[in-house]
Design a protein around this ligand. Structure first.
Ligand SMILES: *[C@@H]1O[C@H](CO)[C@@H](O)[C@H](O)[C@H]1NC(C)=O
Ligand SMILES: *[C@@H]1O[C@H](CO)[C@@H](O)[C@H](O)[C@H]1NC(C)=O
Ligand SMILES: *[C@@H]1O[C@H](CO)[C@@H](O)[C@H](O)[C@H]1NC(C)=O
Ligand SMILES: *[C@@H]1O[C@H](CO)[C@@H](O)[C@H](O)[C@H]1NC(C)=O
Ligand SMILES: *[C@@H]1O[C@H](CO)[C@@H](O)[C@H](O)[C@H]1NC(C)=O
Ligand SMILES: *[C@@H]1O[C@H](CO)[C@@H](O)[C@H](O)[C@H]1NC(C)=O
Ligand SMILES: *[C@@H]1O[C@H](CO)[C@@H](O)[C@H](O)[C@H]1NC(C)=O
Ligand SMILES: *[C@@H]1O[C@H](CO)[C@@H](O)[C@H](O)[C@H]1NC(C)=O
Length: 557
């Protein structure tokens, strides 16, 4: 938060016509409009504007809000910044690839949300009607939870929302700081016909998922005990709590409990700006969630994504029986560069999410619909990559592509022992992909594997190294790494990278680890970007399969 400018302000004004009027912006806006207009029209031709990742026409976006399917239409809402307030931007789709924009769905209009409409979730009530619970920043700048319901249930686009007079439904109570009480989840209902919802919070430095209960979805009572808390984890934002099947990769609806079900609690740790999750068991009689042994509930735990990915939220897609994950991808550029390009923030490709067979972690994979955008294909037969070699993957648009590559190596005896104090992946580059690479390699981003010898097994590290991604040094070029829970002797080492101009979203081991990078090449743009497979290790590596596609542009907003 804390981001605004006159130019961005005007883009909002243009886009959110009626909200603009309701908020009574000053004439000042019109005076500065002219200077920004030319700038606005050039946005879509910018090299960093993506081709198939969700983004609004301009301005600042962050958290995904209230994703759902209603009457066969996918809805996506998002935190959309309007000078000093935030509204719910709104788009709809039939495939989650191409999106039609609508006016803001929820915007400040009442004392209980006068200063912004922050994040929240949709619950599909029995009978199929959606209800939004969201955080309002009220006239006194307190965070409160409000309800909004569709005005016209016959309208599949749900363009208008009304806020019942009972609002606010939940206000900060007991020791809860009014500035640390936000982001209601999708609610779930028990066999006792009682609704439950959790709200992100903290007391001192203990992060909390405060539990509320209700019989009617309107009158909510705070439970004495939080659903879960972790000492010294700081503020919990955007919690998400949902069941996963232990028997099938299919998704299950949010209220499902019983055998063959585990639960996932995800929190966005504000102190670390990362989304962490635990897998555990939920007892609806006692309303307690117990994270499994070995499932760490602090910042040493499992993450959805080891790169840029925050404030995420899932929903159950009842049309295809799957659970879909949405997450915000922040910029890595400076505030002034963000202002110059006129927009900031993207959404990751919607991902199908399920429990791995091991039960130890979640798996993620881009929704299959995204494959509709695949154009030209390149396919290689198995190929040996000599030590220190690099092979160009040509015949596709390297700046906007989908690449799947698998490796096999047998030289395990020579693997290095993992140094426990090793923290910097920067210089360790054995084999993988070089994406968004310039002629002469002044710029490239390396997405790669490295294998180490562990105590009694091999350890696979997947990395995304941004240190050479741009010759512009103003950007955040942190390199990211994740350990992959797989046995490289018997399983293939695969990477899928969705490359989209300024995003590289990589999935290792079929979805066991994800790393999303934001990069801003200055040379490796448009048709000057190249893609390579490389082996910088001391041993030969086989590429067992490679398929890569040019990606077409989606119709987004
Ligand atoms: C509700 O939406 C339907 C479908 O779009 C439309 O035909 C109808 O006129 C709308 N009703 C009102 C009261 O706006
Ligand atoms: C929070 O910290 C304050 C000041 O250190 C202390 O008085 C209070 O008891 C703490 N609250 C809880 C719930 O631990
Ligand atoms: C709200 O629910 C609580 C707990 O069930 C109940 O005690 C209270 O009377 C209800 N209030 C209203 C206004 O219905
Ligand atoms: C968390 O903090 C509370 C209060 O400071 C303490 O009583 C409790 O033992 C701590 N829990 C853990 C798991 O450290
Ligand atoms: C939930 O807790 C209750 C009360 O402790 C217990 O009787 C019940 O067996 C538990 N349910 C499950 C599924 O573990
Ligand atoms: C998002 O990126 C900006 C820099 O562009 C940074 O200041 C901010 O802390 C980031 N926020 C999160 C949640 O990652
Ligand atoms: C590469 O594949 C060939 C043919 O399957 C095999 O003979 C060779 O051992 C493999 N080399 C490595 C380094 O895995
Ligand atoms: C490969 O290794 C050499 C020597 O260590 C290093 O200079 C080069 O940057 C590495 N290449 C990649 C792509 O990491």
């Amino acid at each position: 938060m804390g981001y605004s400018s006159i130019c961005l302000f005007i883009f909002f004004a243009l886009f959110l016509g009626h909200v603009f009027v309701k908020l009574e912006a000053s004439q000042h806006v019109y005076r500065t409009l002219q200077t920004c207009q030319s700038f606005s029209s050039s946005i879509t031709s910018q090299p960093y504007r993506t081709g198939y990742h969700f983004q609004p026409p301009s301005s600042w976006m962050n958290d995904p809000n209230g994703p759902m399917i209603y009457k066969g239409i996918y809805h996506f809402f998002y935190q959309y910044k309007l000078w000093d307030t935030v509204v719910w931007g709104h788009s709809t789709s039939t495939d989650m690839v191409n999106w039609t924009p609508h006016d803001a769905a929820i915007y400040p209009s009442q004392p209980f949300d006068a200063n912004s409409c922050w994040s929240g979730s949709v619950t599909i009530l029995p009978g199929g009607n959606p209800a939004v619970l969201y955080t309002g920043i009220d006239a006194g700048n307190k965070q409160v939870q409000n309800l909004a319901v569709p005005k016209n249930l016959s309208d599949p686009y749900l363009k208008e929302w009304i806020k019942p007079p009972e609002n606010p439904l939940m206000v900060p109570a007991d020791q809860i700081d009014p500035g640390s009480f936000r982001d209601p989840t999708t609610a779930w209902i028990g066999p006792d016909k009682i609704w439950r919802v959790i709200i992100g919070s903290k007391i001192n430095d203990t992060g909390l998922a405060i539990l509320y209960r209700s019989k009617d979805f309107v009158n909510w009572t705070k439970a004495e005990q939080s659903l879960y808390s972790t000492n010294q984890s700081g503020m919990w934002e955007c919690p998400d709590f949902f069941p996963v099947s232990t028997k099938s990769p299919k998704g299950v609806d949010t209220s499902v409990i019983g055998p063959n079900i585990k639960h996932v609690l995800k929190v966005s740790l504000s102190n670390y700006q990362q989304d962490y999750y635990t897998i555990g068991t939920y007892n609806i009689t006692t309303d307690t969630y117990i994270a499994e042994e070995g499932s760490f509930d602090d910042n040493s735990g499992l993450r959805y994504d080891y790169g840029k990915f925050y404030g995420s939220k899932t929903f159950f897609d009842s049309a295809k029986n799957r659970r879909i994950l949405w997450g915000w991808i922040n910029e890595s550029s400076t505030r002034s560069d963000n202002l110059k390009k006129g927009w900031a923030g993207l959404q990751a490709t919607p991902r199908n999410l399920w429990l791995d067979k091991s039960g130890r972690q979640l798996m993620q994979w881009p929704i299959s619909e995204i494959e509709k955008l695949r154009g030209n294909q390149v396919k290689w037969p198995a190929k040996l990559l000599e030590r220190g070699s690099m092979v160009g993957i040509t015949g596709i648009t390297a700046a906007q592509a989908d690449v799947e590559i698998s490796f096999q190596t047998t030289a395990f005896e020579k693997a290095e022992v993992l140094d426990s104090i090793w923290t910097n992946p920067q210089f360790l580059c054995p084999f993988g992909l070089l994406v968004l690479a310039s002629n002469g390699l002044q710029e490239y981003t390396a997405v790669f594997f490295r294998i180490f010898k562990g105590q009694d097994r091999h350890i696979v590290l997947m990395c995304s190294d941004q240190s050479r991604s741009s010759i512009n040094d103003d950007n955040d070029k942190t390199s990211y790494g994740a350990f992959l829970d797989l046995d490289p002797v018997h399983e293939k080492l695969s990477i899928r990278s969705l490359i989209d101009r300024s995003i590289v979203e990589s999935f290792g081991g079929g979805g066991k680890a994800c790393i999303t990078a934001r990069i801003y090449p200055t040379l490796a743009i448009h048709d000057k970007a190249h893609l390579y497979a490389f082996n910088n290790g001391t041993e030969k590596v086989n590429i067992t399969s490679l398929r890569a596609w040019s990606m077409k542009k989606a119709q987004i907003n």
